[in-house]
Design a protein around this ligand. Structure first.
Ligand code: SF4
Ligand code: FES
Length: 249
């Protein structure tokens, strides 16, 4: 198949960006979207031109590095998949595909399709951990966890920290990401001792980073490659409210 690409090119955060047109010819429909970009970049490099910068790592939907907005949708047209799991067979032969970076004030652009998502790392560093003493692995039955809780915690822990939820939200809210990260620890007995501190610290850091507020439109859930549910936002709001009351803030 042949496709035309309308790609956002921008040298760095301080320069003016613009869309540029490229052609990708003889593309195998079973190639991933990123493999197609590799082919385009090979051609650009051979022609002595600057290749398109884009983020990627695992290319199997687990690391959260890939981050393109394809035809206006973070991670592209397929449901519950990351950009690296989007295949060219999802597009029509001859189609013009628009490719942009995730756009949000809290994700400053680095180059072309690459944005800086270290705001997420700082939110995790604020409270996305448990302060347990390490040592040898505890006995599996030492702390029983109800099946319902372990399932729910696993659902929340599926978040790969990609930031598509922020890119899809009209307010660039990070509530879906933060609620997943707060919840997967707050639900488990090991995370409960620091539950209040965690909810307060992570929400405060999220606000400091300049993410917008949540107006529950659900656009985040719709683009999330891991299907993180909006219900985690409601859960985090409850945890945060309880923590605020207890702390007398
Ligand atoms: S909640 Fe979903 S969209 Fe948001 S960072 Fe996690 S995996 Fe990505
Ligand atoms: S490259 Fe790792 S999730 Fe896409």
């Amino acid at each position: 198949m042949d496709v035309k690409l309308r790609v956002w090119r921008q040298k760095n955060a301080g320069s003016h960006g613009t869309f540029e047109m490229y052609e990708a010819k003889d593309i195998n429909p079973n190639m991933s979207f990123l493999e197609m970009l590799d082919v385009v970049n090979e051609g650009l490099t051979k022609a002595g031109k600057e290749p398109i910068a884009f983020d990627h790592d695992c290319r199997e939907g687990i690391c959260g590095m890939c981050s393109c907005v394809i035809n206006g949708e973070p991670h592209g047209p397929e449901y519950k998949v990351a950009t690296c799991q989007t295949y060219m067979r999802s597009f029509k032969d001859g189609e013009t595909i628009t490719v942009e970076p995730f756009r949000a004030k809290a994700f400053p652009l680095i180059k072309d399709l690459v944005v800086n998502r270290s705001a997420f790392d700082r939110i995790i560093a604020a409270g996305g951990f448990i302060s347990a003493s390490t040592g040898s692995a505890p006995d599996g039955n030492a702390m029983p966890v109800p099946k319902q809780d372990s399932d729910l915690a696993m659902d929340a822990a599926a978040c790969i920290g990609c930031g598509a939820c922020v890119a899809a939200c009209k307010n660039a809210s990070a509530m879906l990401f933060v609620s997943a990260k707060v919840s997967h620890l707050n639900i488990l007995p090991q995370g409960k001792p620091e539950k209040d501190k965690r909810a307060l610290a992570m929400v405060e850091q999220m606000d400091k980073e300049g993410f917008g507020s949540c107006t529950v439109t659900g656009s985040c859930e719709a683009v999330c490659p891991k299907g993180i549910s909006l219900s985690f936002i409601a859960k985090m709001n409850r945890d945060y409210f309880v923590a605020m009351v207890k702390s007398g803030k």
